[in-house]
Design a protein around this ligand. Structure first.
Ligand code: ZN
Length: 292
């Protein structure tokens, strides 16, 4: 297992972590500047942040600074209530692949979606099996497009508390079943994003990480699970402030040969987004060395 204690060369910042500074929106160019200033070598930006700053502008900034990406957030949201919705998802996902390629991301992260309409407050139906089959079909279709763009797709299983509104793929096992079905030859075109926040509780986690292997471990996300958790979406903890044994999970991932970035992804309306982004980034660096 790599020694992170001496430096932060394997730290990546998911830019949602500092999307707000002292409660105010922080534009992506400012985030990039603050990361570069601290010797942070990689980021994982969100599409809305890229769009706000302009794709060409962000692409230029990334290249000028020699920044790497550890992923691009995000594609997915495949299920829909009608044909027009399915087509809109397909088209949007293709654009996400194109953007990821322009930014030279190593993978496009997929948050696959749940029951259509649930995220907006009213689910169109209760058939989660149907949603899962639409996810399967959506990934299968996008995979063809992504292969041509040489952009790997990373399915991110989300904690089951998000099954209704954000992702009906909830375990590594489920995500890897999809990988086995859609990319049986393990070409590297399809894999998983392993986010400790979503999977730390899973009794099969070690076994499924081993099943994934190096070819399918495309991203590793860290933060912490707070007790109590005040908000299901936006109360993620800083590494070391919660109950996840992050080094143990990183050890399992690296035992498979994963040698990429450890990406900090914290959504925190009540705490970190209220602090200055400088403090948040400095804390990420410190915790990366001590508790990741
Ligand atoms: Zn994640």
């Amino acid at each position: 297992m790599r020694d992170f204690s001496q430096d932060h060369r394997w730290l990546s910042i998911n830019t949602a972590t500092v999307r707000k500074s002292k409660g105010a929106d922080l534009p992506l160019p400012d985030i990039i500047e603050a990361c570069v200033k601290r010797g942070i070598r990689a980021i994982s930006p969100w599409r809305d942040q890229v769009q706000a700053a302009g794709l060409a502008n962000v692409s230029k900034l990334v290249r000028t600074h020699g920044l790497e990406l550890s992923g691009y957030c995000r594609g997915g949201m495949f299920p829909a209530a009608d044909a027009a919705g399915l087509k809109a998802a397909r088209d949007d996902n293709r654009r996400a692949v194109d953007e990821a390629a322009e930014l030279r991301a190593p993978c496009l992260v997929l948050v696959v979606g749940g029951l259509p309409g649930a995220l907006q407050g009213k689910a169109a139906h209760k058939d989660i099996a149907l949603a899962r089959s639409q996810v399967r079909d959506g990934i299968a279709e996008l995979l063809d497009y992504a292969k041509q763009a040489r952009m790997p797709l990373a399915i991110e299983p989300l904690h089951p508390m998000y099954a209704a509104d954000r992702a009906c793929v909830n375990t590594m096992e489920q995500a890897l079943d999809l990988c086995d079905e859609l990319d049986p030859k393990r070409t590297g075109a399809l894999g998983v994003a392993c986010d400790v926040y979503h999977v730390w509780w899973d009794p099969k986690l070690e076994q499924q990480i081993a099943r994934a292997g190096k070819e399918r471990l495309l991203a590793f996300h860290v933060c912490d699970w707070l007790t109590p958790t005040a908000d299901l979406l936006n109360d993620r903890g800083m590494m070391g402030d919660g109950v996840i044994d992050i080094p143990r999970i990183r050890g399992w991932v690296e035992a498979q040969g994963f040698a990429g970035y450890s990406e900090v992804e914290i959504f925190s309306t009540g705490n970190w987004w209220q602090r200055s982004h400088e403090e948040t980034l400095d804390t990420c660096i410190a915790r990366h060395k001590t508790v990741v």
